[in-house]
Ligand binder design. Structure first.
Ligand code: AMP
Length: 283
């Protein structure tokens, strides 16, 4: 497994893979890898000849009061996991390599970056779009693997790829959960024992919303949201940031679910902000 810090070296390797006629899968991450990340890596390994993984805690996507400094980092552990999956190339740049002096370009992804989490994290999705644009130009993959866990991020990145004509495909893989339903996340390590128990309320609320919509008993979305919010409020450690039912393509709120919708939630458990979602498909 090649561990690479320089942009130019990854571009050289990627160009070489392409010259050999190899298909390249790319998995962008911020490290502290768990089974959710590894499911993307495994899928990339299965579907491509070569897999490149990036580990970069992108400073520009963190707000001033967010957890950039204490974001979990475990490079040794990450490399050992990636090596046992026989990843070909790991790109671990430092901030200087990604944002050298004089860097000033920005991307405005538009309205889809300003709703849901974007409404509470101004500029976050523009920064995500910009770092992904760079990582795509560096790794030059045929396919990029993203997790459904960060649903809004998948919609933003699909738009970036469409708008800027990147010649590659995006594959979105299902959310990997703990045995009790909590979506795996690098930030789960912050949860105390009591908070960990309380965090189950997110998945319970999503399953409740799904059940109501699928049973057709209550097709009025505002009533579905009220029931979900009441359930979340029954957990003393939980504080709702949002509960929304949106169109999976443009993230606009839906009043009724005709074919498909996504229930997206963000809830603070103590000081830890957790997000989760569930896709509802009616046939
Ligand atoms: P992150 O390191 O949090 O930036 O995540 C890197 C990639 O892993 C993103 O595409 C995430 O959506 C994905 N990911 C994170 N957690 C999970 C999970 N529990 N299941 C599936 N994919 C995930």
């Amino acid at each position: 497994m090649q561990i690479i810090k320089r942009v130019k070296d990854v571009q050289d390797i990627s160009r070489w893979f392409r010259c050999e006629g190899k298909f390249i899968g790319f998995v962008p991450t911020m490290g502290a890898l768990h089974e959710g990340h590894l499911s993307l890596v495994r899928r990339s390994k299965e579907e491509n000849d070569r897999t490149i993984v990036s580990i970069f805690v992108n400073p520009t996507q963190f707000g001033p009061n967010e957890d950039l400094q204490k974001y979990p980092r475990d490079i040794e552990g990450d490399l050992s996991k990636l090596s046992s999956l026989q990843v070909d190339t790991v790109f671990i740049p430092d901030n200087e390599e990604m944002y050298p002096d004089g860097f000033s370009t920005s991307i405005d992804i538009g309205g889809i970056g300003k709703v849901l989490c974007g409404a509470l994290r101004p500029g976050h999705f523009n920064a995500v779009a910009a770092v992904i644009a760079k990582l795509l130009n560096i790794s030059m993959p045929h396919r990029m693997y993203l997790g459904q866990k960060d649903f809004q991020q998948t919609v933003v990145i699909k738009k970036l790829v469409r708008d800027l004509n990147y010649d590659m495909n995006i594959i979105v893989s299902p959310t990997v959960r703990e045995h009790d339903g909590l979506a795996m996340s690098s930030r789960n390590v912050y949860l105390s024992g009591e908070e960990r128990k309380a965090s189950l309320i997110l998945y319970k609320a999503l399953k409740l919303g799904e059940e109501i919509i699928m049973s057709n008993g209550l097709d009025d979305i505002s009533a579905v949201k009220k029931e979900m919010e009441a359930l979340i409020r029954s957990e003393p450690l939980a504080k709702i940031e949002y509960v929304k039912v949106v169109d999976p393509y443009n993230l606009e709120p839906v009043q009724r679910v005709i074919f498909a919708a996504v229930i997206c939630i963000a809830v603070k458990i103590g000081n830890i902000r957790l997000i989760d979602n569930i896709i509802i498909e009616k046939s």
